[in-house]
Design a protein around this ligand. Structure first.
Ligand code: AMP
Ligand code: GLY
Length: 440
């Protein structure tokens, strides 16, 4: 089989790395890829948002299966377009990708079909939004731009003044363009976050091992939100009870809901959950694999991934057995460039990649790198995802950080507390946000 992975991040390196191990993969291509994907696949200089270029590449190379990594091309309809030309595609079409592309669509779908989530109201008029925020019973609240905003469209205001400024910047100043013309105002949920990724062809679900992402930039969950500064798998909040509820009440209901709405969904359904005292509640859906969750999840997958991706794409997931997992936990530590997440330096030489890759049971996934001659350079915000397995979380963590310590480039930043044990006495339900709810 000839397989094309679309995208250039750490998630795509992890996908290409795992796909390349499959005896079913005769050739693996990546568009556009990075210096890491070039080690396991053939990179092609076609951007993930260049639908014409990708369509031509699929034809020229007689690709059998396309795996689309990032959300933007899915929301823009790349999967529909490629399916029309007869290739098997892993990733939902534009109607299914609305689950991530419109937070209002996804909230309405959850409400209609009884999927547990925080209560919310949406607005397309800034004065109405402000009036509602002025009368809101309690802060913090959550304000979300409806559309795609590269992970930056969520604010957690603690006062009416902050909330008002946030809706103003989204709805009037158009900080996120059209994505922020409509906003969702949501209840603030307390708990520990959990990312549950599942493969689905619209009928069958294969739930992958649950992971936890670390969204904040700095240690102790401080600093701005990022695309994710690390992950580990399995997630501590994923108790058997939590996973049973997440599967039955969130994943199965959502797959049924999509089918009942007449929407075909073939790809990864990513439920970003808050594990609350009363069970899981959906914070968001993504229509693709998570980044950096995928890195931590795939190093634990012992089964061949290709049959699952292909069966998802052609609607035959029900024919496969459940995948087999390495019982050992994994930890992924992201190394980012100077300035991330506000801006990001690029073009710095990265040293120590080989030495880091020699740490046992460790893979250095590239997230934003390019190769110039025999040097590997940084090429954006999140540069690497150093991912290790260990007999327990502490051992995996130690290995990941041992490998991180061998890597060097100017201005590199990383968190030192990925997958660290909670401080004594800390409640897992206290993590993840301000502790005080102010009544107004
Ligand atoms: P999202 O882009 O929807 O995943 O939101 C980004 C981050 O904001 C999440 O990972 C949470 O940490 C936080 N967040 C979003 N929605 C809520 C909510 N309703 N309650 C508490 N925190 C939230
Ligand atoms: N790690 C969060 C995401 O992939 O959206």
């Amino acid at each position: 089989m000839k397989i094309l992975v679309v995208g250039s991040g750490g998630r795509e390196h992890a996908l290409a790395w795992k796909i390349a191990k499959s005896p079913l993969a005769d050739r693996v291509l990546c568009a556009p890829g990075n210096a890491g994907t070039a080690l396991v696949a053939e990179n092609r200089a076609v951007a993930a948002d260049d639908a014409d270029g990708l369509s031509q590449l699929v034809k020229d190379e007689a690709i059998d299966l396309v795996v689309i990594g990032p959300e933007a091309p899915l929301v823009a309809g790349l999967a529909d377009r490629l399916r029309e030309q007869g290739v098997a595609v892993f990733g939902p079409g534009a109607p299914g990708a609305q689950l991530e592309g419109s937070k209002i669509f996804s909230k309405n779908l959850m409400r209609k079909h009884g999927v547990p989530t925080g209560s919310a109201r949406w607005f397309d008029d800034v004065d109405e939004a402000r009036e509602y925020l002025r009368d809101a019973a309690s802060y913090p609240l959550v304000i979300k731009a409806d559309g795609l905003a590269a992970g930056k469209g969520v604010v957690l205001p603690e006062s009416f003044e902050d909330a008002s400024a946030a809706v103003e910047s989204m709805m009037v100043a158009a900080k996120f363009g059209d994505a922020g013309r409509r906003v969702l105002v949501e209840e603030f949920l307390r708990g520990r976050e959990l990312s549950v990724l599942a493969l689905t062809d619209g009928r069958t679900l294969v739930v992958l091992e649950p992971a936890q992402d670390f969204k904040r930039m700095r240690d102790g969950d401080q600093g701005p939100n990022t695309g994710g500064m690390g992950s580990f798998c399995p997630a501590p909040a994923a108790t058997p009870e939590m996973m049973t509820s997440a599967t039955r009440e969130v994943l199965v209901r959502t797959v049924h809901a999509m089918a009942r709405e007449g929407i075909e969904y073939r790809g990864c359904l990513y439920a970003g959950l808050m594990a609350t005292r009363s069970g899981p509640k959906v914070i968001e859906f993504n229509c693709r694999f998570g980044d950096p969750e995928t890195q931590a999840v795939l190093v634990r997958l012992q089964s061949d991934l290709v049959p699952y991706l292909h069966a998802t794409a052609i609607g035959k997931l029900g024919d496969l057995d459940a995948p087999v997992w390495d019982p050992r936990p994994s930890v992924c530590v992201v190394i980012a460039s100077a300035g991330y997440p506000e801006s990001s330096a690029r073009g710095e030489s990265i040293l120590g990649l080989e030495a880091a890759g020699e740490v046992p049971d460790t893979v250095v996934f590239h997230a934003a790198t390019s190769r110039v001659g025999d040097r590997v350079l940084t090429a954006g915000g999140r540069v690497l995802g150093v991912t290790a397995l260990g007999d327990d979380v502490e051992a995996a963590r130690k290995r990941a950080y041992e490998a991180v310590a061998k890597i060097r480039f100017p201005g590199m930043q990383y968190r030192t507390d990925i997958a660290a044990a909670l401080p004594p006495g800390a409640s897992p339900f206290g993590a993840g946000g301000p502790a005080i709810v102010r009544k107004r």
